[in-house]
Design a protein around this ligand. Structure first.
Ligand code: MLT
Length: 264
């Protein structure tokens, strides 16, 4: 793991392989190791960059408020440090919100997008209130309480019933994060902008993926992304929930490699 100082914080990242740059943006409230199975496969064909977003993993967790735009600016800053002009961005859930904010702010730096288990719309009023409550809970009760609440929603039914080591891995990632980072990102997602209106301007390849058992960003969200982006391809990851890349790594990698390889 490497680290660099940018935008007044320390960002921890990994940069492996050579060729087409592919940057992976992790979900909430996890860290870059959620991409380990993708990184080990994709680095055979391209340059793979993963990072702990502000508030998570080994990166700084400064006091909030954070914003999706700020997190996208951190990604842009890391690209400058690594001398990367244009990259394929792979974002899952919150990572997808950040990838869309990145595209809004730095369209010239996007080669292609992979949007997994995510949505373009902003939160509803009710969802925003739930998030703000959860941010308060992180700060008052701690990260373990957030893991208790979220693990059963993050993974799908099949994983809950039959993949105990994956459930444990997800729980450990959440518990290792600081309450301040979790609260900062929750509040940032609560005020994120609607990205639906920018979809029509996309003029590069887009792959949309979704776990067949995802209840947080269900298939209907993936279909609405696909309908909004001309030429976008939608692939279902069977027997996986919201964390489709962790729950079915081989299937996720197969679909991702098929999309990325012709560009590399
Ligand atoms: C995530 O997996 O990043 C979160 O579920 C996103 C969200 O809470 O909207």
């Amino acid at each position: 793991m490497n680290s660099t100082n940018l935008n007044d914080i320390t960002i921890t990242y990994s940069d492996e392989g050579i060729g087409l740059p592919v940057i992976f943006l992790h979900a909430f409230p996890l860290n870059q190791t959620m991409w380990d199975d993708q990184s080990s496969e994709l680095k055979k064909h391209c340059r793979v960059v993963t990072l702990d977003l502000r508030g998570f993993g080994q990166s700084s967790a400064p006091p909030g408020p954070y914003s999706m735009d700020q997190m996208a600016a951190d990604v842009r800053g890391l690209m400058s440090v690594l001398d990367i002009e244009k990259a394929v961005l792979v974002g899952l859930s919150m990572g997808g919100y950040i990838a869309l904010a990145f595209y809004r702010n730095y369209p010239e730096a996007v080669r292609a997008l992979v949007l997994a288990d995510t949505r373009a719309s902003a939160d509803t009023h009710e969802a925003r209130l739930r998030r703000l409550k959860s941010a308060d809970k992180a700060e008052t009760v701690g990260s373990r309480a957030i893991a208790d609440d979220m693990v059963p929603m993050l993974v799908g039914r099949t994983t809950l019933e039959s993949r105990a080591s994956i459930v444990e891995r997800v729980r450990s990632m959440i518990e290792a994060n600081s309450p301040q980072g979790i609260a900062g990102a929750q509040r940032a997602m609560a005020v994120r902008r609607d990205s639906t209106y920018i979809l029509a301007g996309v003029d590069f390849p887009v792959l949309i993926m979704v776990g067949s058992e995802d209840t947080l960003t269900p298939i209907v969200e993936a279909e609405s992304l696909r309908n909004g982006i001309a030429g976008a391809r939608l692939c279902l990851v069977e027997d996986a929930g919201h964390l489709s890349n962790i729950e079915r790594p081989e299937e996720f990698n197969r679909i991702l490699t098929e999309f990325i390889k012709p560009m590399s």
